[in-house]
Ligand binder design. Structure first.
Ligand SMILES: Cc1cc2nc3c(=O)[nH]c(=O)nc-3n(C[C@H](O)[C@H](O)[C@H](O)COP(=O)(O)OP(=O)(O)OC[C@H]3O[C@@H](n4cnc5c(N)ncnc54)[C@H](O)[C@@H]3O)c2cc1C
Length: 430
């Protein structure tokens, strides 16, 4: 039966970046890892669950991680830099402005449109010899054993660019299949869930004034409104409101929707002129606090679905991906450095090929996954706590909380250290 060193289920942002990052690792005999990526939707499908109409802000630190993985050139042409971030509270004076120039940086972060980047990543996956892409298909069944996971694909399986096979084994199965992950469902690990009773409305909007690479987060009585700078002077709107309000806003015609938006956001970018199609996402927290199990690990939204208030979901997922690649790299080099030198002991020495085999067998093993778990647990727990607290604090109309928020923004504006902490968070540095 064919064996892959790593099998990734789900080729959204997390799964695609993981596959491309892992494909650059080499084991001691100089060969690349063998990687399979299984994805249920074709990228050209405009309702692709991983690459839909959303635009997301990636923090400066995420740009650095993508650069380290050699993948930033794929993103760079499609990325709009954010040079300024303005945080304000509607009806109050509190306001904080963050500027990249204060930190001698070209940008605090970048905005990426998911649909076009999905096409670029898909082409790159097809052109990477170390990766076998199975798309569109899904796993029919899988079983964990001591040294491997056995996977059977559904009957309709189709391997892109070559004749496919339906059954294979792997040392590590990665669930990168988003919220409602099939891998997570079968593992049945403990999870924490919370329904915010809110929805996010997203749309691309055209304003009278060019955004000049400024991003805005404005807290309103009805929930936070974020505008992110996009190509052609457009901005990407993320407006979080109660479910009932979202239903009303989605039902409005374009003019009425723009007029409600104008009232909530004000005239920082002049008049709202046009909006593209609106999409609505129900907002829930869904977290697997310990997202790994024998030879299986969950990354990205499969491990944690966050409220988008701080724009951190993919930034966190990318840190999962970078950590998993780093643990794999260490596992590959560990077997080599720990192999007895030829003639140094009574044990038979390992030649390069035996070293390689041992290292490959250790990918997905207990030691690697527990090191990965230790590296990731704190970050995930922190961000889940921060985004939940922000979502509750900033979506609340209580006058006391509003006064506290406003005071907080004023103090932050006046106090350099606190402002820098906010800037550090925005850039994804911890
Ligand atoms: C309104 C909104 C705004 C956001 N803004 C930001 C932001 O500014 N910054 C930020 O960092 N994050 C943001 N996020 C979060 C970010 O979009 C997600 O964290 C990220 O896109 C998740 O990527 P993923 O690959 O982990 O999961 P997904 O995008 O869910 O990808 C999962 C993939 O798995 C595939 N799949 C699912 N089931 C199966 C199966 N059974 N078999 C095979 N394949 C399967 C799907 O087709 C999909 O391609 C936002 C989210 C929302 C909703």
């Amino acid at each position: 039966m064919t064996h892959y060193d790593v099998v990734i289920n789900g080729g959204g942002m997390a799964g695609a970046v993981l596959a491309l990052g892992l494909s650059q690792l080499k084991h001691s005999n100089g060969l690349a890892l063998r990687i399979a990526l299984i994805e249920k939707s074709r990228p050209e499908h405009n309702l692709h669950p991983g690459f839909d109409a959303r635009s997301i802000a990636i923090a400066g630190h995420s740009q650095y991680l993508l650069q380290q993985l050699g993948l930033w050139p794929l993103f760079a042409e499609l990325a709009t830099p954010i040079t300024d971030i303005q945080v304000s509270d509607r009806g109050h004076f509190g306001q904080v402005n963050l500027q990249a120039t204060d930190y001698n940086l070209p940008a605090l972060g970048y905005v990426i449109e998911l649909n076009p980047i999905g096409q670029v990543l898909y082409q790159q996956l097809l052109q990477t010899p170390a990766i076998d892409l199975f798309c569109p298909t899904h796993i029919q069944s899988w079983q964990q054993a001591q040294d491997a996971v056995t996977i059977t694909l559904s009957d309709s399986s189709e391997k892109q660019g070559a004749a496919g096979h339906r059954q294979f084994t792997t040392g590590l199965l990665v669930g990168a299949d988003g919220n409602h992950s099939a891998i997570s469902r079968q593992l049945n690990l403990p999870r924490r869930q919370f329904d915010y009773q809110q929805s996010a409305i997203i749309a691309n909007v055209q304003t009278a004034q060019h955004h000049q690479h400024r991003a805005f987060e404005r807290f309103t009585a009805q929930g936070p409104v974020a505008l992110l700078p996009m190509s052609q002077g457009r901005s990407s709107l993320v407006w979080c409101v109660s479910n009932a309000r979202a239903e009303q806003l989605m039902a409005l015609n374009e003019d009425d929707f723009l007029s409600e938006l104008q009232q909530a956001f004000g005239y920082r970018l002049g008049r709202f002129i046009r909006t593209g199609t609106r999409h609505c996402y129900p907002l829930v927290l869904d977290e697997v606090p310990k997202p790994w199990h024998h030879r299986v690990v969950l990354v990205g939204n499969a491990a944690h679905l966050l409220h988008p208030i701080a724009g951190q979901g993919f930034n966190l997922g990318l840190r999962d991906v970078a950590a998993l690649i780093e643990q794999t790299r260490q596992t590959l080099s560990f077997a080599r450095t720990n192999a007895p030198a030829p003639g140094s002991s009574n044990k038979p020495s390992l030649n390069d090929s035996a070293c390689s085999e041992q290292a490959l067998a250790n990918i997905g093993g207990y030691q690697m996954l527990s090191r990965y778990g230790q590296a990731r647990q704190g970050d995930q727990a922190n961000l889940v706590g921060i985004t939940s607290a922000l979502a509750l604090l900033f979506s609340n109309n209580d006058p006391l909380l509003a006064a506290g928020r406003n005071m907080g923004l004023n103090i932050m504006a006046a106090c350099g250290a606190l402002k820098h902490t906010l800037a550090w968070q925005a850039m994804g540095k911890r």
